[in-house]
Design a binder for this molecule. Structure first.
Ligand SMILES: Nc1ncnc2c1ncn2[C@@H]1O[C@H](COP(=O)(O)OP(=O)(O)OP(=O)(O)O)[C@@H](O)[C@H]1O
Ligand SMILES: [Mg+2]
Length: 281
């Protein structure tokens, strides 16, 4: 098959201990998006003791798309992200990153290095470190950056951090200890840490849960700024937020492990089946 898979196999062979070697990650050249899609889930089934958390789930994400995923509790949204990131292996079906990277053959670390970044619900920033240091650490964890005991940021890297700080609305807070930030600010910092690694695909699971209304509105602005620059999948229950970021893009409704409906927010909101299982409650 393609070079990409070979690179992945080389990685499996144990070289991963050699932190920072340049083939630790094969993005962006490695992801073949020539057919326009960054992610393909096809006929995925995941069973837990016979219960199908995902049931023949098929879904594609286009390059640069901001896709919102909604659906009732237990619909399989988080399980889908677990499959994409290699945390859960599907019982059947295929999951491809671009045309040729078979994610089912890779572990979580390899998938992250291939260019898929995930934010979990609970922020996991380095509380004792400053905002700036958190972003610097995220950059150092990027396998493309050659590690060194005497690692110094060059001006380009410094500019990159400054750019991300502005984007995540933490300018003026660079030296603040991350542990002292509000819940919403920690979430933004974590999004910033993901962005430092320039993922091709970003997965956000309930990014505005626990945020104030003002923080939620700013997060919608932030995601709207990222639109088109990254491919993003967002799972959320906050319909006001989803409406803000979905705009005219596609919203997918999951129910009982499969796609129940897909269309613009307006279309899915008007769908009788969606109203019955989710929105009408
Ligand atoms: N490791 C597991 N073992 C057993 N059952 C699981 C496991 N993970 C998920 N499930 C079950 O699979 C179903 C789908 O769960 P999942 O967390 O994917 O739903 P969700 O759509 O993310 O829901 P929510 O909106 O509440 O976050 C649920 O019934 C859940 O209890
Ligand atoms: Mg969930």
């Amino acid at each position: 098959m393609s070079e990409v898979v070979k690179a992945g196999e080389k990685y499996v062979s144990g070289d991963h201990a050699d932190y920072g070697v340049s083939y630790g990650r094969f993005k962006p050249d490695g992801v073949d998006t020539s057919h326009g899609a960054i992610l393909y889930l096809d006929d995925i089934t995941v069973s837990f003791d016979g219960f199908k958390a995902l049931n023949k789930l098929t879904l594609d994400i286009s390059v640069g798309e901001l896709r919102c995923i909604i659906g009732p509790n237990g619909a399989g949204k988080t399980t889908m992200m677990d499959v994409i990131t290699g945390k859960t292996k599907p019982g059947s079906g295929t999951v491809f990153f671009g045309q040729s990277i078979d994610l089912s053959k890779m572990n979580e670390v390899q998938i992250a290095h291939a260019g898929i970044g995930r934010k979990f619900q609970r922020p996991t920033v380095f509380e004792q470190h400053s905002v700036f240091e958190n972003l610097e650490l995220a950059m150092k964890m990027d396998k493309r950056v050659r590690p060194s005991l005497f690692f110094r940021l060059n001006s380009e890297q410094r500019d990159k951090i400054d750019e991300i700080i502005r984007l995540i609305r933490l300018n003026g807070q660079e030296t603040r200890q991350a542990g002292l930030l509000s819940h919403g600010q920690k979430q933004w910092l974590e999004i910033g840490m993901l962005l430092m690694q320039e993922p091709e695909l970003i997965l956000l699971d309930e990014p505005v849960a626990g945020m104030s209304d003002a923080e939620t509105a700013r997060t919608a602005e932030l995601l709207n700024e990222l639109r088109g620059k990254h491919s993003i999948m967002v799972v959320e229950h906050d319909m006001g937020f989803v409406t803000e970021i979905a705009q005219q893009g596609k919203v997918t409704v999951l129910h009982e492990g499969s796609v129940l409906a897909e269309g613009t927010m307006q279309q899915v909101q008007a769908d009788e089946r969606v109203i019955e299982v989710y929105l009408g409650r």
